[in-house]
Design a protein around this ligand. Structure first.
Ligand SMILES: Cc1ncc(COP(=O)(O)O)c(C=O)c1O
Length: 402
């Protein structure tokens, strides 16, 4: 791992607050705290909210933050400036993207997705179908069957690019091309892609995309989501949740809705100003990062982790693709006692997470994880497995969040 790099990962690592004694392999779930966020949030509270009060909407630029941050994220996902806006939760953005996509194919009734999709995406589709009451159906197939299931009956193909459990990576370019050839509109969920690997939405010709900012983008717990609308659809897309912030002129207080210009129409209500300030500071690290370096290094770290775990803990079964080019930035292993094993690891400072029924999930983020952490984590994992250290009553007790 000594190839030429434009990115100085020692420098990026110094930008995060990681507690002593912790090997943090859960940035794919909640990114760690960027140090710059502390100062920025303190300033937003004291100077902006405290000092400027309601004037801050104009004087501190609160109102334009959703669009400005959208542009910062756009650079990371291959989207042109002005095509991404930030706000609300990812579930809400899935709903809006799917509703807008369905409205583009009024004569078709099938939403195609896969069993690797995150449950909320499927739940939001179910809810939307019920609300529309037009007889749409949600067709869920196995990930490897998606390509064959794309046909002229399908209105929308809605997929999460990187499987949250296994890390399996869909081929966005090929599936989008196949979808378009059949007249299908695409919605991509980039929750496990943005900041994890290079994404080229414009190059792939994706129609809609959504994602969260609390994982690889390190925006903090509950940080707002983003939505992308291809420029070719942005002036006609129907946002479904037609809130006043997506109105053409919110402060005209017009009694009827007129959609705002382009992606602005996907805004719904008042933006979460403090969370946006945190996200703005968190995104600064990407100004000094080359995504190709992130990808190369992340694959090397994941490969090393797989090699060491398979050599030292043969009782764990690899659940992720072995080929790094077919994986996101995480590695998963299966074990019937996965939950207890993960609790024992966390107790010893190796923080990953567990996904039912049996998946131990580890995320690798070169911004603050290197070879030493990978080797250290596997040493502790081997101790936990060889010594049966996971088999203590407290490690079997399920917490609310796993
Ligand atoms: C792929 C994917 N989609 C959607 C969500 C849910 O997003 P939210 O809770 O922000 O609505 C998650 C959460 O982890 C996710 O991983």
């Amino acid at each position: 791992m000594t190839e030429f790099r434009k990115t100085d990962f020692q420098k990026t690592r110094a930008r995060f607050r990681i507690p002593d004694g912790v090997i943090y392999l859960d940035g794919n779930s909640l990114g760690p705290l960027p140090i710059a966020v502390e100062e920025r949030v303190a300033r937003t509270l004291a100077d902006e909210w405290g000092g400027q009060l309601i004037r801050g909407w104009n004087s501190a630029g609160w109102m334009v933050q959703p669009r400005k941050l959208g542009d910062r994220i756009a650079r990371l996902i291959g989207a042109p400036a002005g095509s991404v806006v930030v706000g609300d939760t990812l579930s809400i953005k899935v709903y809006q993207a799917l509703a807008a996509a369905l409205a583009m194919r009024p004569e078709r009734r099938v939403i195609l997705s896969d069993s690797g999709n995150f449950p909320t995406d499927l739940y939001m589709a179910e809810g939307l179908i019920e609300t529309l009451g037009q007889g749409h159906v949600l067709k869920v197939v196995a990930p490897e069957e998606v390509e064959a299931a794309i046909g002229e009956d399908v209105a929308v193909l809605m997929l999460t690019q990187v499987d949250y459990r296994t890390g399996r990576l869909h081929d966005m370019v090929a599936l989008t091309a196949k979808a378009h050839a059949a007249g299908v509109v695409t919605v991509w969920d980039l929750a496990h892609s943005a900041g994890a690997l290079p994404v080229d939405l414009a190059g792939a010709g994706a129609d809609f995309a959504v994602g969260c900012t609390y994982k690889y983008l390190n925006g903090g717990p509950g940080a707002p989501a983003f939505i992308y609308v291809a420029p070719s659809h942005a002036e006609t897309a129907r946002p479904a949740l037609s809130g006043w912030m997506g109105h053409e002129a919110p402060f005209a207080f017009d009694p009827s809705y007129r959609p705002g210009a382009g992606v602005e129409r996907m805004r719904v209500g008042t933006p979460p100003v403090i969370a946006l300030a945190a996200l703005d500071a968190a995104l600064a690290v990407w100004d000094e990062v080359d995504m190709a370096d992130v990808r190369r290094t992340s694959i090397a770290l994941c490969d090393l982790f797989i090699e060491l775990v398979e050599a030292q803990c043969p009782m764990l079964e690899l659940a992720s693709p072995r080929d790094g080019s077919r994986r996101g930035s995480q590695v998963s292993f299966r074990h019937p006692q996965g939950y207890a094993i993960m609790q024992a690891l966390i107790d010893r400072g190796v923080i990953g997470d567990f996904r039912a029924p049996d998946v131990l999930r580890f995320g690798f983020t070169p911004l603050y994880i290197g070879e030493a952490e990978v080797c250290g984590a596997v040493t502790i994992l081997r101790q936990v497995m060889d010594g049966g250290l996971w088999d203590r009553p407290e490690y079997h007790k399920k917490a609310i969040v796993t």
